[in-house]
Ligand binder design. Sequence first.
Ligand code: AMP
Ligand code: MG
Length: 426
Amino acid sequence: MTDKLRQITESIAGFDAESLRVEIAQQAIARCIQPITDTEQVPLKQALGRTLATDITAPINVPSHHNSAMDGYAFSGSELKQATITLTVAGKAYAGHPYQHPVKTGQCVRIMTGAVMPRGCDTVIPQELVTEATQHSITLSADVIKAGSNVRLAGEDLPVGATVLNKGRLLTPSDLGVIASLGIAELAVHRKLRVAFFSTGDELRSIGQPLDEGCVYDSNRYTLQAMLERAGFEAIDLGVVRDDPMALENALRSACKTADAVITTGGVSAGDADYTRELMARLGDILFWKIAMRPGRPMAFGKITVDGKDALFFGLPGNPVAVMATFYFFAREALFQLQGTTAEKLPMIRAISTYAIKKRKGRTEYQRGVIAFDSNGTAHVQLTGAQGSGILSSMSEANCMVVLAHDEGDIEAGREVNVIPFNGLI
Ligand code: AMP
Ligand code: MG
């Protein structure tokens, strides 16, 4: 197994493990993933954010009958021959209470929105367009309405037999409504991806422990758990692991046994990675990359295998902002792919940079920004200030990432830049 991934990833044009462009690293990861195929049946109400395992085909027309789009009067469009028409009101049709008889020439039916169109009727005149109306008859002028108006046709939303939603789709609130409109109570989804994670570092303390000199509280497990849950994955927290090869090996082994994917933070930078590399090489097929990005340069990616069971592996850097950036821009999409779905690409919008931004060419930079819209709807963005990869509060202050492309240099004030809003992402 070892080196198999290396062959896959290094076959990509422009691949350079020592300074890997973000897009190439993303492509390389995508090539190495085999989606899970296990499925389960869930009730519709529990299907939000799950991955659809089979196509949904419409068993019925939606709507099931022609029905009125307005409150008014239903009649046959063939009545519209003279300039002024008087029709007798033959009865009433309410939503859920159809008018049961055929409608004859010279007749109309009082009808409410959603009521089934009576037989013989193909047109609805809204009540406010009628010239005169009593309980027994209406008068209308032919030039205010066209034959066939204000009727919703059977199957115009979903025709019977149509493929309504495709396998692999990440189910949204509207999807659940659409499936409900078809009368489907349960559906097959891929099981939730199980993602185990742990932090590494002798300096890390968990909440509740005293903060010894030079130590920090472990924040990465909290951001990771939250990011995983937002994406709809099952997050398995394996705690803090010391910078010790044995402890690390044990943690990786148990993570691999319980999860589809394992994420670690810390300990992958050049200085402290040596024994990690050796250890990981033994456990699987791990590639160490230096990504041409900031924050988040060092990253390990691959597969670990324990007792014949594989898990995808992401060794993220330790710095808290780098953890979030590498999760969002590498792990998130890969995990969706592993779950059998294609996450929609994160939306990128253009915004005018209020101030000049320093940017080094030759790496993609993700800077934390605050975007605001002026009264014309134009987006303006400014950075949150300190951009150090340890300054996690900058992520809370920000509402978007300003994405400065690999080949871009310094940005002048007033120039447009790409931003990825956090809405929907975090
Ligand atoms: P490392 O990648 O292990 O060298 O860590 C880089 C920096 O990130 C160090 O300053 C660490 O203290 C910090 N760091 C690593 N892991 C965590 C964590 N789980 N929570 C907060 N800070 C961390
Ligand atoms: Mg460390």
